[in-house]
Design a protein. Structure first.
Length: 259
């Protein structure tokens, strides 16, 4: 299932589920309204406060985690651009030969593939193909750099190899960061808490009979759905509405400097 289909299913499922829980809770509340004493109401209020408090904590922690990962992915994109730019600039230290020209061309192709890894999303298969092509170019760059260093002074190796290592290592870091999301169990728990809170909210307003109650029910369901979806969307910044495509400008600037 594609990301957009999953997102649409999540949105519709959450909203309908919240509304149903609100209506079911309201129906139970109307049935039990005459049987509740003031003491029982006070106890129920304490339980509601505890569950809503837990919901608030879950939202705060999951949103904070998603926001931290968003910032990490943005920073890694900038760091990768800097690493590639630095390694490319150090090619000037190599002897002017056909090897240097060939390496410059491979760097350009490598960076183009790294940009396309993110640009082709949400086509995951195409992204994997671009990543594989970039990995192959990495290996070729490494082999040709080793061969070129055999003709260069020793100090060039000391400068160039760490930069090349960093350029390659950050690719793995970026890939793992892109695959790291809120654990499914925590997201399921957040959604379950949303349904439970909707049930309790419907139960709490059971004694309200005016038409404005429907507006409050819709507003509660909408805001709960929107909040959970924003957390979900923030965790996939290459797919949804909240994106880090702007950070790719750093990679594009490096590519422009290579031409």
């Amino acid at each position: 299932m594609s990301y957009y289909a999953s997102a649409l299913l999540l949105l519709v499922g959450l909203f309908i589920g919240m509304l149903l829980c609100l209506l079911v809770g309201q129906r139970f509340g109307q049935r039990d309204q005459s049987q509740l004493t003031d003491v029982a109401r006070a106890r129920l209020t304490a339980v509601e406060a505890a569950i809503f408090g837990l919901m608030g904590l879950m939202i705060a922690f999951t949103f904070s985690g998603a926001a931290d990962r968003f910032e990490l992915r943005r920073q890694l994109t900038v760091d990768e651009a800097n690493a590639i730019g630095s390694a490319y600039s150090y090619l000037d230290l190599l002897p002017v030969s056909s090897r240097q020209a060939a390496l410059r061309e491979k760097y350009r192709r490598y960076l183009e593939n790294r940009i396309d890894v993110w640009r082709v999303l949400p086509d995951v298969e195409a992204s994997i193909a671009k990543a594989a092509a970039a990995t192959k170019l990495q290996q070729e760059i490494w082999s040709e750099t080793i061969a070129a260093l055999a003709e260069a002074p020793p100090h060039v190796t000391i400068v160039l190899m760490p930069a090349l290592d960093k350029m390659m290592d950050i690719t793995t870091t970026s890939t793992i960061a892109a695959l790291t999301h809120t654990p499914k169990l925590i997201m399921a728990m957040l959604i379950l808490l949303g349904f439970v809170c909707s049930l309790l909210a419907g139960y709490a307003i059971a004694d309200s009979q005016n038409r404005q109650v429907k507006i409050y029910l819709l507003a509660f369901a909408f805001m709960m759905t929107a909040t959970i979806y924003v957390i979900f969307d923030l965790d996939y910044p290459r797919f949804g509405l909240v994106r880090i495509d702007f950070a790719d400008q750093a990679l594009l600037d490096v590519l422009s400097s290579m031409k």
